[in-house]
Design a protein. Structure first.
Ligand code: SF4
Ligand code: FES
Length: 237
């Protein structure tokens, strides 16, 4: 069948204004949106810019907005978008580098500030750092994050407060705060106990709805708030 795509196009090196270009692709209902973008680039318009790598929901590089919802193009199928036209746009709140490619440097730097690695003030053990299956289960959900940025791009709070660190950063904070091998529980809680840290979240749940890995993002943020209130009853923002 023929599927109509309306795709956001903008090359800041060449274009004065962003715009949309239409393409018709011959596709099956179970073809992925990424397959259709590949067909467009390979067969119709080699100038179309987008990121992809694994094509199997692992690398997180092809997050984009499809018919108004952020998603991975490699996880969504043509049949997920009945209704004649599929509109593809870059992730909102991010600077467009070209077409569907956005600048994720700021997004990654925010996470880097949270020390997204194990920090243990004790001297290293002679062998590996052991973790019990029960302790591992505490981070089972959040450890699935692939940094696709769909949650942060979808967050309505960020539209109003660009300084908010956003749901993805809080998922990474949660991941290390609850890792039994990490030694910075209190410092990590302190770091996100800020008016641009955990507190701007007001439970829109959009992050949870769009997360392609099924991470309970909002629930994790609420859990962090409760732990901060417990750890610093007088000092929570
Ligand atoms: Fe993507 Fe989910 Fe991680 Fe957000 S929490 S960056 S939506 S995988
Ligand atoms: Fe890697 Fe989609 S291309 S997650």
């Amino acid at each position: 069948m023929d599927v109509n795509f309306r795709i956001f196009r903008f090359d800041p090196q060449v274009d004065k204004e962003p715009g949309y270009r239409n393409y018709t692709v011959s596709a099956e209902p179970w073809d992925r949106i990424l397959d259709c973008l590949n067909k467009i680039r390979w067969e119709q318009d080699g100038t179309l810019g987008y990121r992809m790598s694994c094509a199997h929901g692992v690398c997180g590089s092809d997050g984009m907005r499809i018919n108004g919802k952020c998603a991975l193009a490699c996880q969504k199928l043509v049949k997920d978008y009945p209704g004649g036209e599929i509109v593809v746009e870059p992730l909102p709140h991010f600077k467009v580098l070209k077409d569907l490619i956005v600048d994720v440097d700021g997004f990654l730097s925010t996470i880097k500030v949270l020390h997204p690695h194990l920090v243990d003030p004790e001297s290293p053990p002679e062998q590996e750092r052991l973790q019990s299956p029960d302790d591992r289960r505490k981070i089972d959900d959040v450890i699935r994050c692939i940094l696709c940025a769909c949650c942060t791009a979808s967050c309505p709070v960020l539209a109003e407060n660009p300084k908010y660190i956003g749901p993805a950063a809080l998922v990474w904070a949660y991941r290390f705060i609850h890792d039994s091998r990490d030694g910075r529980y209190t410092e990590r809680l302190k770091q996100i106990n800020d008016h641009d840290g955990v507190w701007p979240c007001v439970n829109y749940f959009e992050c949870t709805r769009v997360c392609p890995k099924g991470i309970p993002v909002t629930k994790s943020i609420n859990q962090l708030k409760r732990e901060i209130q417990k750890a610093f009853p007088e000092r929570s923002e």
